[in-house]
Design a protein around this ligand. Structure first.
Ligand SMILES: [Zn+2]
Length: 248
């Protein structure tokens, strides 16, 4: 599995940003164990464990997983990991029903049809379908987050609805970095552009709301963006948000 791990060390915890060619996840590590933020596609469960091993942890140390949102590329690996390990899965209150698969708010074959002829999109589909992109499994007991500060890494939620109705970003590494999920990405297999950007409307529940939500990221003092797709990006969050909005 091709993965890159960028590590940030702060006083009480360590943040590991794990990026793969298709999707990213984050490991928050402290003496109390590990908080995962997102967990890749179903086919990434082994890669998540491999990433934990590479940073000196193990599946047994997972205390909780946070979802930025409940799309299959962020939740699928966690569904698999929970067949073997015991940990709670939390999301924003407005995302919990989605995580439980009481409804599905995700691009499907019909919504992808207008772009499915593009070579990049075809290549992307040929990568993600074997990773379990068509899985409809959810986390039946996903719960709304509260008291995140008590979890390893002390994450702070930044609600950013739009990509999905209960999307949330997280401030980590003692305020140094934002885990932005799909509210703000820095690259994606279906586009050639590298740099802060929003995902296209086909993949977004409410693009205008998503654009408005970015202000909550822009006002942080973080200088590192750890997106759901693309590479780690360094700079002020205001700059990242302005760049993304200017490309809409
Ligand atoms: Zn995604």
């Amino acid at each position: 599995m091709d993965m890159q791990i960028d590590t940030l060390t702060s006083r009480a915890s360590t943040t590991h940003f794990v990026s793969t060619g298709t999707v990213n996840w984050v490991i928050l590590q402290s003496d109390a164990g590990v908080t995962l933020i997102d967990g890749g596609y179903p086919g990434h469960a082994g890669a998540v464990l491999e990433s934990l091993r590479r940073v000196g942890s193990a599946g047994e140390e997972i205390r909780a997983a946070l979802l930025t949102h409940a799309h299959v590329d962020h939740l699928g690996g966690l569904v698999k990991l929970r067949q073997k390990y015991t940990f709670d899965v939390y999301a924003h209150a407005d995302e919990v029903a989605h995580a439980r698969r009481e409804y599905l708010e995700q691009a499907d074959a019909a919504s992808l049809a207008p772009i499915a002829w593009q070579p990049r999109v075809l290549r992307w589909l040929s990568q993600i379908i074997p990773l379990g992109a068509l899985s409809k499994s959810g986390v039946d007991d996903a719960a709304p987050f509260s008291g995140l500060r008590a979890l390893p890494g002390n994450p702070v939620a930044i609600p950013t609805p739009g990509h999905t109705r209960g999307h949330s970003a997280y401030l980590v590494a003692e305020g140094e970095a934002v885990v932005s999920g799909d509210a703000l990405i820095s690259g994606h297999p279906i586009t050639s552009h590298n740099g802060p950007q929003c995902l296209g409307p086909i993949f977004t529940h409410d693009p205008d709301q998503g654009a408005e939500s970015l202000e909550a990221i822009a006002v942080t003092d973080a200088t590192l963006l750890l997106p759901g797709h693309g590479h780690l990006w360094e700079g002020s969050m205001r700059t990242a948000v302005n760049e993304a909005l200017s490309r809409r």
